[in-house]
Ligand binder design. Structure first.
Ligand code: HEC
Length: 96
């Protein structure tokens, strides 16, 4: 496990109680995604018929995976915002 991954994980754990207290912000998620997530794949990836993500939980872990791998340094809350954004426009899983 790399140091940066551990730090991100630790921060996520520390931020978790804060993050759950607030609703996801789709607009923040959109901006974060725009700035950090379009280098490797475009929106088509989320719309293809054979996409790998099948549940909301899986979507969140995929967002987290890509975010950690790209060292964007997001907090738990920002992972939630981007997950909510992608879900609202592309994946359409039940958010409850
Ligand atoms: C360094 C390159 C890279 C960057 C930058 C990147 N990703 Fe990814 N992402 C990948 C690869 C590789 C896959 C797997 C593609 C495949 O399955 O064909 C993937 C897959 C995904 C999927 C799953 C798509 C599906 O099949 O349903 C999601 C969601 C995703 N990325 C979100 C993000 C988000 C959010 C960001 C911004 C933090 C991001 N990615 C930035 C490389 C990247």
């Amino acid at each position: 496990m790399s140091t940066s991954y551990s730090i991100v994980l630790l921060l996520c754990l520390l931020m978790a109680p804060l993050a759950t207290a607030q609703a996801e912000d789709i607009n923040v998620g959109k901006e974060l995604h725009q700035e950090n997530c379009l280098e490797c794949h475009k929106f088509e990836l989320y719309e293809r018929t054979d996409r790998t993500v099948k549940t909301l939980k899986h979507l969140r872990s995929q967002v987290l995976f890509c975010a950690v791998n790209n060292d964007v340094g997001w907090f738990d809350e920002e992972i939630d915002d981007v997950t909510a954004y992608l879900n609202t426009f592309y994946y359409l899983f039940d958010m409850k």
